[in-house]
Design a protein around this ligand. Structure first.
Ligand code: SF4
Length: 516
């Protein structure tokens, strides 16, 4: 059986390893062995499959990352031209499939849509196709108990039960693009867990992604370490863990993982300059020692000895009321303490911050600025001026629906709803700032991409981040002026931002010339 798996890549400059199709490929290869031949396509590296390659397959599985609908439409258009008797089965999975399956089914009624994790669903689908003839397999699909599917039959749309996969059953992803990813400075992904032990933030889609459950599942430590050894041998030096909550509910396990990685470094199986990027909750960093678990700081120290370079922390807000709206458990004080711990340890930080939301007051916007200054984040290279993304499948959508703040239908390609603002002043500040920010956005995305992934040396990464941080500071200066003048009764539309434009333009030019 010939299987084609396609990841259309991102609309951004960044090249992120398509670990999703790699997991599906590995799961199919494990279950079906030589009975299946899987070809993976990743648009930025291999380009998309040709019409002939699609025609020669039995199944084509297309991942649907944000911003990929145009590419998906192009692929489906090629697929539609194939004669019905030899047409491969069309399967859509990934983010858009998970959060907007109905929209995909109404546009592509012949597709089988996979919601959430696809390892088990896709493998069972392929097995079924091997057992049942091409003319009849769709008839028996409804009775086949394959989880996480949505598809049309003559009787209407069928949704099968949702199920999270048992991570211990599946192998490490198949990674055919590693060499090119390393040479292009792309981002190589690793995974040690799925889900979040907190799982309640109102803007976060994690619950729906994982079967509407608050569940944190882990991959066995030996498998993770083996995978890191293989990545190191392939020349990878800076993998990014995709885990939403790296330490999760088990600091002891995180400590064992850190020690196991350090051991392999000592034995020469992982390169000495191999570094790690993980996502940690503030609660994990601040966790105290208990009778059963080490403290967060102990785990961080061990991870640092194993090569931890950077920690992503979702601070999200510096204004108490805004944080409450998101049901974030951390207070400003706890956020500051977590940042201080990371700084003292000499770790780099990546920061999640939602500056604007439609319920925001001008005072909250000013409080966010005060927080960013006092926390030492003003020159940070992360973009700290984002607005909330009202993502399909999040509790915030229900909340805004009740408050009549949703202003239109779902943008399926971006998986967000437009919203109405409560404060016309905040809306104007946001509108003016966003238009001004957009002028240099593409260049700044390119610079940002150059700070991430496989950058040759730590010094180079640091220089690029500092240059980007200086640009971000000018943007915050401009936002501060807009907010202050609006607080004083001015109209944001008439504020002159030209001096910030000149400063930012000069800095962007210098950075592009030096680093790209
Ligand atoms: S935003 Fe982070 S902490 Fe909050 S539920 Fe999502 S993964 Fe968990």
């Amino acid at each position: 059986m010939q299987i084609v798996l396609v990841d259309p890549g991102s609309s951004r400059e960044e090249i992120n390893e398509p670990i999703g199709i790699g997991m599906i490929a590995a799961a199919v290869e494990q279950e079906l062995g030589t009975r299946a031949h899987v070809s993976q396509y990743f648009e930025p590296i291999t380009g998309l499959p040709t019409s002939d390659e699609i025609r020669q397959s039995d199944v084509i599985g297309i991942s649907t990352p944000l911003g990929s609908l145009r590419t998906v439409r192009g692929l489906v258009a090629k697929w539609k031209l194939i004669q019905p008797e030899i047409k491969p089965v069309l399967v859509l999975g990934g983010v858009i499939a998970t959060f907007a399956p109905e929209s995909l089914l109404s546009e592509f009624p012949e597709a089988i849509v996979v919601i959430g994790e696809g390892e088990e669903a896709f493998t069972l689908l392929v097995k079924l196709m091997q057992e049942v003839s091409r003319e009849h397999w769709r008839e028996v699909l409804g009775e086949a108990s394959i989880p996480n599917l949505k598809f049309r039959t003559t009787r209407g749309v069928v949704s099968t039960r949702r199920k999270n996969v048992d991570l211990s059953k599946y192998p490490a992803p198949s990674r055919p693009f590693l060499k090119q990813l390393v040479s292009l400075g792309g981002i190589v992904r690793a995974e040690s867990s799925r889900g979040c032990s907190y799982g309640r933030c109102t803007f976060c889609a994690i619950q729906h992604k994982y079967n509407d459950k608050i569940e944190w599942r882990v991959i066995d430590v030996p498998r993770i370490v083996q995978e890191l050894c293989e990545l190191s041998a392939a020349g990878v030096r800076h993998p990014y863990f995709t885990d939403e909550d790296f330490m999760g509910a088990d600091p002891t396990r995180a400590l064992s993982l850190a020690r196991a990685i350090a051991n392999e470094k000592d034995r020469g199986n992982i390169s000495g300059d191999f570094s790690l990027y993980v996502d940690m909750r503030v609660a994990s960093i601040l966790a105290g020692k208990t009778a059963h678990h080490p403290s967060g700081v102990t785990v961080l120290t061990a991870l640092q000895e194993a090569g931890l370079r950077e920690v992503f922390v979702g601070i999200e807000s510096g204004a108490g009321e805004q944080a409450k709206r998101y049901r974030k458990p951390a207070t400003t004080d706890r956020n500051l303490r977590a940042l201080q711990i990371l700084r003292r340890a000499g770790l780099s930080m990546d920061i999640g911050f939602i500056f604007f939301d439609p319920e925001m007051t001008l005072q909250e916007a000013a409080t966010n600025l005060t927080f960013l200054r006092s926390s030492g984040l003003w020159f940070h290279d992360a973009r700290l001026t984002k607005e909330v993304r009202l993502e399909a499948g999040t509790p915030l959508v229900d909340d805004y629906q009740q408050k009549n703040l949703i202003a239109g239908p779902l943008d399926v390609d971006q998986l967000t709803f437009p919203y109405r603002w409560r404060s016309t002043q905040v809306e104007s500040v946001h509108e003016v700032f966003r238009a001004w920010e957009a002028i240099e956005q593409e260049s700044i995305y390119r610079l940002q991409a150059a700070t991430r992934g496989e950058v040759p040396t730590g010094t180079q990464r640091q220089e690029r981040r500092e240059a980007l941080g200086t640009i971000r500071a000018v943007e915050l200066d401009a936002l501060e002026m807009l907010i202050t003048l609006t607080q004083q009764g001015g109209d944001p539309l008439t504020v002159d931002l030209s001096k910030f434009s000149r400063r930012r333009g000069d800095l962007v030019c210098m950075a592009l010339e030096k680093f790209l």
